[in-house]
Design a protein around this ligand. Structure first.
Ligand SMILES: C[S@@+](CC[C@H](N)C(=O)[O-])C[C@H]1O[C@@H](n2cnc3c(N)ncnc32)[C@H](O)[C@@H]1O
Length: 622
């Protein structure tokens, strides 16, 4: 699924989370979100978003796990050291220099995670100002939406592994080593104010000189990024700085920030000018033209009228032609004798446009008339265009009508130009549209590239976080392994002890003069000692676990059957009998057999012990 495709199930899950926990993930990139949520779903073994929603309803604890998975808290001290070097050498000194010593310096670390970025900032400011001035002047606001990460930040307590990015001298200067962990010194800690703040929903902090928001914007979609950037614009002082993460760019459409150093992702706020600024700028560009002197010599008037490139004639109140300038004479083929004639006697009165009625209209209304684009075909069949103005000439003092001036402006060139312009305009519009669509394509490509880069960066962060998870698992496995080794060692010792006891019992059994046989409750043979082997000519391994009554030896077994059962049933304590037997060498003898119960725990009977001995020998022994 692409990041723009909407999955209704995922959307209703996000809506559920927002309604229940107030966390609004709707502005986050869908690809990242779905990947992180699916990770949780896999762990708990549910297959789709709807089932996961049901699971959340029944197991509210899962919210914590889900948020921990979505809000990736990967961070580090002096993350991307070159960018921080630039902040230390260029930006922080610039901010300090631009402010009187009495003014506070306000810095915002937005999306601070577990505080490493925040303390990096505080260290650099303390280095630039000295600890004393830093604690009185500097306020570093550190915010994140993740309360757990914030609590870690507030403790300001880091493992040896977590502080590897801090240069040795700064580590020694700003941290105390307590119980093998590094704790931020109190003075530095006091410069920082931590608070829970949601970049999407909460109002921004204001009057900020440096806003650091790194590797956080990239989780949001373009619209949400734009909204957050608007808030950042508001938050910053004029000429305040915005410092983003390596993978983050401001889109080309953003006109509120301009890059200071694009490679290090440092931008500055472009202040929005007010109306007064704009008006002043415009006023500066005006030049006052000197007013020309009024020249009242009639000759000049006449000459000026005559040479006017625009054709003009003047008629008196009776519509007789009074004046016609050179241009009009040429254009309408008038000769000096036409002056003084009634206009209606001239072709001009109806060609190129009907003038008589218009003159009447102007005469009665005392208002000018303009006739536009009057077509006038020329002798060579080309079309000429005229604008005709019919203007009443009024005596200033009384308002009486003196005459009427008719101006014929040749607008053919203008008309052509206009046509050409319309045409060119159309071409330009087409070209512009093409250009526009090319620009849009480029912008889209750029944004796609950007979001691919961000995706890669996110994946990288996730890989880092997976790596961290693997490291944790590895540590757990190591400790389990150590426990197993201990158990193994104990087992080995037990086994040795058992072997010793076993050997001891073996030697007792072997040393006994009597044949010893131990039977289980089912009368199968468990022990058959050396003397028994000597007596009956069968090795222990031949008869192990065989039924005693099935043996074929020189001892009649039938007389023992009943007594053995009685002992196992607990009906008899012992049984002693003399049986005529034949040993393995074929010698007949009287065998004394003593049967006693094998008792282990309490009085439970687990079998029978049989002692077998030649009766004569026994007597001799006595
Ligand atoms: C990858 S960390 C970046 C930490 C640090 N700025 C850095 O670059 O090392 C992203 C942080 O953004 C936080 N975050 C995610 N959504 C947020 C939101 N809506 N408001 C504030 N912080 C958010 C996460 O909780 C996480 O701590």
């Amino acid at each position: 699924m692409t990041s723009t495709e909407i999955n209704p199930e995922l959307e209703s899950l996000l809506d559920y989370i927002k309604r229940n926990r107030g966390f609004d993930f709707s502005g986050y990139k869908r690809t990242t979100l779905s990947r992180r949520i699916c990770k949780r779903m896999q762990i708990i073994g549910v297959e789709n978003y709807n089932d996961y929603l049901d699971y959340l309803e029944v197991h509210p604890d899962e919210f914590v796990e889900l948020f921990n998975t979505i809000l990736i808290n990967v961070t580090a001290f002096f993350r991307e050291p070159q960018a921080w070097e630039y902040i230390a050498s260029e930006i922080i000194p610039g901010i300090i220099a631009s402010k009187p010593i009495t003014k506070p310096i306000r810095v915002w670390s937005a999306g601070c995670a577990s505080g490493e970025e925040t303390y990096t900032l505080a260290i650099l400011l303390a280095e630039a100002l000295g600890m004393e001035q830093c604690s009185t002047r500097v306020k570093v606001f550190a915010t994140d939406v993740d309360a757990e990460a914030l609590s870690h930040s507030r403790h300001a307590n880091y493992s040896i592994k977590e502080v590897v990015g801090i240069p040795k001298d700064l580590l020694n200067k700003y941290f105390d080593l307590v119980n093998n962990r590094y704790v931020v010194q109190k003075d530095l800690r006091r410069c920082v104010i931590f608070g829970r703040h949601d970049l999407v929903q909460d109002a921004p902090i204001s009057r900020i000189d440096l806003l650091v928001c790194r590797n956080t914007l990239m989780y949001f979609n373009t619209e949400t990024q734009a909204k957050i950037l608007d808030r950042f614009h508001f938050a910053l002082n004029d000429r305040g700085y915005l410092f983003l993460g390596k993978a983050e760019m401001l889109f080309t459409r953003n006109h509120s920030f301009s890059p200071v150093d694009l490679r290090r992702r440092v931008f500055t706020k472009i202040p929005i000018g007010n109306l007064q600024d704009i008006i002043r700028t415009m006023a500066d560009s005006y030049n006052q033209q000197p007013v020309p002197e009024i020249v009242d010599q009639i000759r000049i008037h006449e000459a000026a009228f005559a040479i006017d490139p625009v054709a003009q004639i003047v008629v008196d109140i009776n519509s007789s032609v009074l004046l016609a300038n050179t241009q009009a004479r040429t254009l309408f083929n008038l000769n000096p004798l036409d002056l003084g004639r009634p206009l209606q006697d001239l072709e001009l009165s109806y060609r190129p446009v009907e003038l008589r009625s218009r003159l009447d209209q102007v005469r009665s209304s005392r208002r000018a008339i303009t006739l536009k684009d009057i077509e006038w075909p020329t002798a060579d069949r080309e079309m000429r265009y005229l604008d005709v103005q019919i203007i009443p000439l009024l005596y200033e003092k009384t308002g009486d009508l003196l005459g009427i001036k008719i101006i014929f402006s040749d607008v053919t060139r203008f008309k052509q130009l206009q046509n050409d312009l319309v045409h060119t305009n159309q071409e330009l519009e087409t070209a512009y549209e093409e250009l526009q669509s090319t620009v849009e394509e480029l912008e889209t490509t750029n944004e796609e590239l950007q979001s691919t880069v961000e995706e890669l960066e996110t994946t990288n962060e996730e890989l880092q976080s997976t790596n961290e998870e693997l490291e944790t698992m590895n540590e757990e496995l190591q400790s389990t392994n150590e426990e197993l080794q201990t158990i193994n060692e104990e087992m080995r010792q037990r086994s040795e002890e058992l072997n010793q006891v076993n050997g001891f019992l073996e030697s007792i059994l072997t040393s006994l003069r009597a044949g010893v046989v131990v039977l289980g409750p089912d009368l199968h043979i468990h022990i058959w000692n050396r003397k028994a082997e000597d007596l009956w000519g069968l090795r222990a391994d031949e008869i192990f676990l065989q039924h005693f009554m099935s043996l074929d030896i020189g001892l009649p077994l039938e007389p023992l059957k009943q007594p053995l059962r009685a002992i196992i049933a607990g009906q008899s304590q012992s049984h002693e009998v003399l049986l005529n037997a034949t040993n393995r060498r074929g010698k007949a003898f009287q065998c004394q057999v003593i049967c006693t119960p094998l008792i282990r725990t309490g009085s439970q009977i687990h079998g029978v012990i049989l002692l077998m001995e030649e009766y004569d020998e026994l007597n001799e022994g006595i």
